[in-house]
Write a protein that binds this ligand. Structure first.
Ligand code: DP6
Length: 344
C-alpha cells in the first residue's frame, strides 16, 4: 500500500471527474436474475431514458487513501455507501489501483421511491469514476459495469429507446444495453405522478429474489417475455403509439401480478397509484395518446404524445393522493459534466 498523502496534495482535476445520468423507465420490465452476483437478468428489457430528472456525481480518487467517502444529497447513509463502495471496487480492479475515493452525488428527484434513482446513480458513478481513472471504456463496457452495480443502470448509460439484452454467457459479457432509437426520432413525454416520497419497504433485489423463490408465475413470466420484447421492438421502430401502449401496460401489470403472487406478496402500489391507472385509461378511451407504467414503488409514470402532456399532467394532479406531477422528455445517456456543476 503506498503512503497516504493528504487529499489536498492531489492536484485539482487529477483522478477527478463529474458525470450526469438520467433515470430510465422500463416499458418491458426487468424482474428476476439468472446470476445475482453478476446481476444477470432472467429476461431482456426495453426502456426510455428521461431528460429533466438527473443524478450528478463527482468522483475523486485519492492516491494512498484507504477509505471511500460517499455522500448522496449531502448526507451519508450506510446502505448507499456499501453499494457505492462495491461499484468503486469494480473500477479499481479495472485500473489496478487500491486508492479510496470521495464521491458526491445529487438527485433532483426523490431517491429510492421507485423512480430509478439507482439506475441514474450507478450510470453516473461508473461514467465519472471511469473518467477519473482514465479508463477508456466503451458504451458496452460502461453498461456492463453499471449493470453489475444495479441491473437497470445498464440502460441509463444510453439515451432514447434502449434494449438491455439478457445474454446467454455465464460471465455476462453479452448482457449489455444497446440503442434502439434516438430520443428525438420519437420524442414522447413522461408525466410522473408522485404519490409518496417514502423509501420503498422491499428493494428490487430482495423483491426479485423472493419472487423467483416463491411466485407460482415465475416460469410463465420468463416464457412470455420474448413475445413482449418483439412487440415493443416493432412498436418502437415504427413509432406505433397504440401498439407500444398495449405491450407496456401489459408488461407492467404482468410484472406486478408476478410479484404480488410471491410469499409474502409484494405490493408496491398505494391507492393513488391505482386511481392514476384508471385515470390514464379513461383519458385514453377519450382519445388521448397516453399509457401508464409503474416500477417497484408507488409512483405512476404516464407516457404520452407531446400534444397530450398538459392534459395528462392536469388530470393526474386532480387524483386524490397525488402529491406532485413531474414532467420530462426523453434524453441522452450518461455524459461528462464540468467539475463543480453538481448544483447547476
Ligand atoms: C421494477 O435495477 O433496481 O424498475 O438490479 O437489483 O439493482 P437491481 O434492481 P433494479 O430493478 C429495477 C426493476 C424495475 C423494472 C425495470 O427497471 O426494468
Amino acid at each position: 500500500m503506498p503512503m497516504n498523502p493528504e487529499p489536498h496534495a492531489v492536484a485539482l482535476g487529477e483522478y477527478h471527474a463529474a458525470a450526469q445520468a438520467q433515470p430510465n423507465i422500463a416499458l418491458v420490465k426487468y424482474w428476476g436474475k439468472r446470476d445475482a452476483e453478476l446481476n444477470l437478468p432472467v429476461v431482456g428489457s426495453i426502456s426510455i431514458t428521461l431528460d429533466s430528472l438527473w443524478t450528478r456525481t463527482e468522483v475523486r480518487f485519492v492516491p494512498g487513501a484507504v477509505q471511500d467517502r460517499v455522500s448522496l444529497n449531502g448526507r451519508s447513509d450506510e446502505s448507499v455507501t456499501k453499494r457505492v463502495v462495491a461499484c468503486l471496487d469494480l473500477l479499481r480492479q479495472r485500473a489496478h489501483i487500491d486508492w479510496g475515493a470521495v464521491v458526491d452525488s445529487r438527485n433532483n428527484f426523490p431517491t429510492a421511491a421507485g423512480l430509478a434513482s439507482s439506475a441514474s446513480g450507478f450510470a453516473a458513478l461508473v461514467y465519472a469514476g471511469g473518467r477519473a481513472l482514465g479508463l477508456e471504456l466503451s458504451e458496452a463496457e460502461l453498461s456492463i459495469l453499471a449493470r453489475r452495480c444495479s441491473g437497470s443502470a445498464a440502460r441509463s448509460v444510453l439515451g432514447g429507446y434502449v434494449e438491455w439484452t439478457r445474454g446467454q454467457l455465464a460471465d455476462g459479457s453479452d448482457s449489455a444495453a444497446h440503442p434502439m432509437l434516438a430520443a428525438d426520432a420519437w420524442p414522447l413525454r413522461v408525466a410522473v405522478a408522485i404519490t409518496s416520497t417514502a423509501a420503498k419497504q422491499v428493494g428490487s433485489s430482495e423483491g426479485m429474489r423472493r419472487t423467483a423463490q416463491t411466485s407460482p408465475f415465475q416460469a410463465a413470466w420468463i416464457a412470455t417475455q420474448e413475445t413482449d420484447l418483439a412487440a415493443a421492438r416493432s412498436a418502437i421502430l415504427t413509432c406505433d403509439f397504440d401498439a407500444l401502449a398495449l405491450v407496456s401496460e401489459h408488461s407492467c401489470l404482468k410484472m406486478h401480478a408476478l410479484a404480488m403472487a410471491a410469499q409474502p406478496g409484494l405490493l408496491y402500489w398505494n391507492g393513488a397509484t391505482v386511481e392514476c391507472m384508471h385515470r390514464v385509461r379513461t383519458l385514453r378511451q377519450q382519445g388521448l395518446p397516453v399509457f401508464f407504467t409503474v416500477d417497484a414503488g408507488p409512483q405512476l409514470k404516464a407516457v404520452c404524445a407531446p400534444s397530450a402532456i398538459e392534459k395528462v399532467k392536469a388530470a393526474l394532479r386532480e387524483v386524490p393522493g397525488v402529491l406532485d406531477v413531474l414532467d420530462s422528455g426523453l434524453g441522452a445517456g450518461a455524459h461528462a459534466i464540468a467539475l463543480g456543476a453538481l448544483e447547476a
